[in-house]
Ligand binder design. Structure first.
Ligand SMILES: NC(=O)c1ccc[n+]([C@@H]2O[C@H](COP(=O)([O-])OP(=O)(O)OC[C@H]3O[C@@H](n4cnc5c(N)ncnc54)[C@H](O)[C@@H]3O)[C@@H](O)[C@H]2O)c1
Length: 332
């Protein structure tokens, strides 16, 4: 008797990470349904899979409770990636972002419980806020700014998502694992909502000034989407992950100024690097984190996660993607 394929639902599957995850799941033999409202994602991201016989797409918001319950009914597992993402979007649409990231996630959790589906919830390193420790581990303290600063509401909402998921696990036995992603980058990420790598690479390709916010000495550890996606699936498949959270981040700490310099050198760009005060970029009172370095020990131990792709290789892949994108060759 032939085995039936695993039925996976990916919320946010038309987005940057989601579309790579969809391709990976189809390749592994899953039947995949995407729920996405196309607010920051696009069908162009799914161009390679729309005709696939095991692929389905539903244009709906995760705030549409009936749609979420209906589509997840009958699923074996759900990857919940739909979210209002990107500093610019959070600041410009704080209410919509809060609703999507809290009420939308609650709908997904309820639907998974009703369908007896397992769930992997995408959370974020923003959870740690201004904690600048050498290596943030999953139990590290969170240091967030005022809840009245919209910038922190993304971290606040994702924190509530994690607490909700954990409570569903404790009280109802929901099979849910969580991951905190640290600046995942790669092809198909758009710079429109304030994502730094596609923004800077796009500026370098056009020969525009490369805008680095603040003094540029804030550091990040960028990870490549191709390293992250297999880890998402591996964690989702491990029962030991239920009720737990796992960091997934890059290995190389780099300041944004250094990143800009490497982009210019790597791409042979004529662009100048320009420091832009945060207030000019995001309005008065904007706060950033100086440093964000992951401790990947837990995900390494469970599923052997190792971030392998170098920053130079990431720059090359993003540049190649921006050069060849059909709908908008070099997005601003
Ligand atoms: N890229 C990163 O560096 C990063 C870091 C930390 C966490 N994450 C998390 O990973 C997930 C995917 O992020 P991404 O970088 O691929 O961003 P993305 O914006 O490309 O993907 C989000 C997707 O969710 C969809 N969406 C938004 N609101 C929705 C709604 N109400 N209903 C249905 N769909 C909706 C968007 O259209 C988009 O396709 C998010 O949950 C995000 O918080 C990403």
């Amino acid at each position: 008797m032939t085995e039936l394929p695993i039925r996976s639902v990916v919320t946010g599957g038309a987005g940057f990470i989601g579309s790579h995850l969809v391709e990976y799941l189809l390749h592994r033999g899953d039947e995949v349904v995407v729920i996405d409202d196309l607010s920051t994602g696009s069908m162009a991201n799914l161009a390679g899979v729309v005709a696939h016989p095991r692929f389905g797409f539903v244009e709906a918001s995760i705030l549409d409770r009936a749609a979420v319950l209906g589509e997840i009914d009958g699923a074996d597992r759900v990857f919940h990636l739909a979210a209002a993402v990107g500093v610019r979007r959070i600041i410009e649409q704080p209410l919509d972002s809060l609703r999507t990231n809290i009420h939308g996630s609650e709908n997904v959790l309820d639907a998974c419980l009703a369908a007896d589906a397992s769930l992997l919830l995408a959370s974020t390193s923003e959870i740690y806020g201004k904690n600048t420790s050498d290596a943030l581990h999953e139990d590290s303290d969170r240091i967030l700014g005022s809840p009245l600063k919209s910038r922190w509401t993304y971290a606040a909402a994702k924190g509530i998502d994690e607490s909700f998921a954990h409570a569903y696990h404790l009280e109802h036995g929901l099979r849910v694992g969580m991951v905190r992603l640290f600046n995942t980058v790669g092809p198909r990420q758009t710079g429109r909502y304030g994502m730094v790598v596609p923004n800077l690479v796009g500026q370098a390709l056009r020969g525009d000034p490369i805008t680095v916010f603040g003094d540029g000495l804030q550091t990040r550890c960028f990870s490549y989407v191709g390293d992250i996606v297999p880890a998402l699936v591996a964690i989702a498949e491990r029962p030991e992950a239920y009720g737990q959270v796992f960091n997934l981040g890059g290995a190389e700490e780099v300041s944004i100024l250094e990143l800009a310099e490497r982009i210019v050198a790597r791409l042979g760009s004529t662009s100048e690097i320009m420091l832009v005060p945060y207030e000019q970029a995001y309005g008065p009172g904007y706060e950033d984190m100086r440093r964000r370095v992951p401790d990947n020990t837990r995900s390494g131990s469970l599923v052997g996660f190792v971030p392998r792709t170098s920053i130079d290789a990431i720059i090359d892949a993003v540049a190649e993607d921006l050069r060849t994108r059909t709908e908008s060759p070099v997005p601003v």
